[in-house]
Design a protein around this ligand. Structure first.
Ligand code: DP6
Length: 342
């Protein structure tokens, strides 16, 4: 990793970036090394476009503590994770400056909408530039992974694969773009069924699953085959094949987590009803499939021509509060600082 600050880093140590959440079609669940945040399985995702996190980072020489504002409020638990993430950037740059961080999401935080993925991707992207670090996107992805696994994928746009890797130091556990979003511009309808923060976060959920679920080894053993099917489906733009393997990976991840002790039940009634609704649409010939992460929201991935029909069907499900609509988008990028508070 290129851990020297650029010699031209001077003036204000400040930068702002935007990153979008990504949704895994082949899921990451489980760690082979919790300290380095290395996954036991590879995963494959799509980066979204109209949901975003915007983050402004300013390092202040002489300041001891970090000051963090998330959606205009302080949040102690998140501030700790942010400080740990900034520590990686500070270690890379060889400085100990405290930082002022302001971050804003335009979607519900910590409710299974991958806010940690976009949040840490934006933080690393902005923080590295603020410190004048000249990091490649792959290097930024490695740092983002250490802050939250799925953030490794939000550094890139479109279809992204993150390898589990075999090396102990994680040098080969890198996310890489597989296909641009414009090459296969699918759409995603997101059914929001609750805006409450989830009770068991992904990190704790994965730990509990690995320790207690009897299905853990079957999960690991079958992942490579799923990745290969999904990769080929994406490269061939084969919607039906991608639909089948994505729903399979989603349900398999939840079956694994449901079998933990105590079982991890991220769904509510509306979540289940939305999944039935999506399958009923597909049976009628509508190109759509569902995926659900560690929360109660349902993401329905569809062909652009089907988006209005899918949104209308999900809006009709009792318990659905709102249906968001997004295409696939780019990776993390620089923005003007005034866009963060705007
Ligand atoms: C269900 O990346 O949030 O969304 O690495 O512990 O921060 P940590 O977990 P996180 O887990 C995401 C889990 C998932 C599946 C996925 O995104 O692949």
């Amino acid at each position: 990793m290129t851990c020297e600050p650029r010699t031209d880093a001077s003036g204000e140590l400040r930068a702002a970036s935007q990153a979008q959440p990504n949704i895994a079609l082949i899921k990451y669940w489980g760690k082979r090394d919790a300290a380095l945040n290395l996954p036991v399985v590879g995963s494959l995702s799509i980066t979204l476009d109209s949901l975003w996190t915007r983050t402004d980072v300013r390092f202040v020489p002489g300041q001891k503590q970090d000051q963090v504002s998330l959606n205009g409020r302080s949040d102690e638990a998140e501030a700790k994770r942010i400080t740990k993430c900034l520590d990686l950037l500070r270690a890379c740059a060889g400085v100990d400056y405290g930082a002022e961080v302001a971050s804003r999401n335009n979607f519900p935080t910590a409710a299974g909408l991958a806010s940690s993925a976009s949040g840490f991707a934006a933080l690393v992207h902005a923080g590295a530039r603020a410190l004048g670090l000249d990091l490649s996107l792959e290097e930024q992805s490695v740092l983002a992974r250490r802050c939250s696994g799925s953030a490794a994928r939000s550094i890139f746009g479109g279809y992204v694969e993150w390898a589990h890797g075999k090396l102990a130091d994680g040098a080969d556990s890198v996310a890489r773009p597989l296909l641009d979003s414009e090459a296969w511009p699918l759409r995603v309808a997101v059914a929001i069924t609750s805006t409450a923060a989830k009770q068991v976060g992904s990190t704790e959920g994965m730990r509990r699953t690995a320790e207690t679920s009897p299905y853990q080894s079957a999960w690991i053993d079958t992942q490579e085959a799923d990745l290969s099917v999904a990769r080929n489906a994406i490269l061939a733009r084969d919607f039906d094949a991608l639909a089948q393997i994505s729903e399979y990976s989603c349900l398999k991840m939840h079956a694994l987590a449901l079998a933990a002790q105590p079982g991890l039940l991220y769904w509510n009634g509306a979540t289940v009803e939305c999944m039935h609704r999506v399958r009923a649409l597909r049976q009628q010939g509508v190109p759509v499939f569902f995926t659900v992460d560690a929360g109660p929201q349902v993401k329905a991935v569809c062909a652009p021509s089907a988006i209005e029909q899918v949104k209308a069907a999900l809006r009709d499900v009792p318990g659905v509060l709102e249906v968001l609509d997004t295409g696939l988008g780019e990776g993390a990028r620089a923005i003007a600082a005034d866009l963060v508070e705007a």
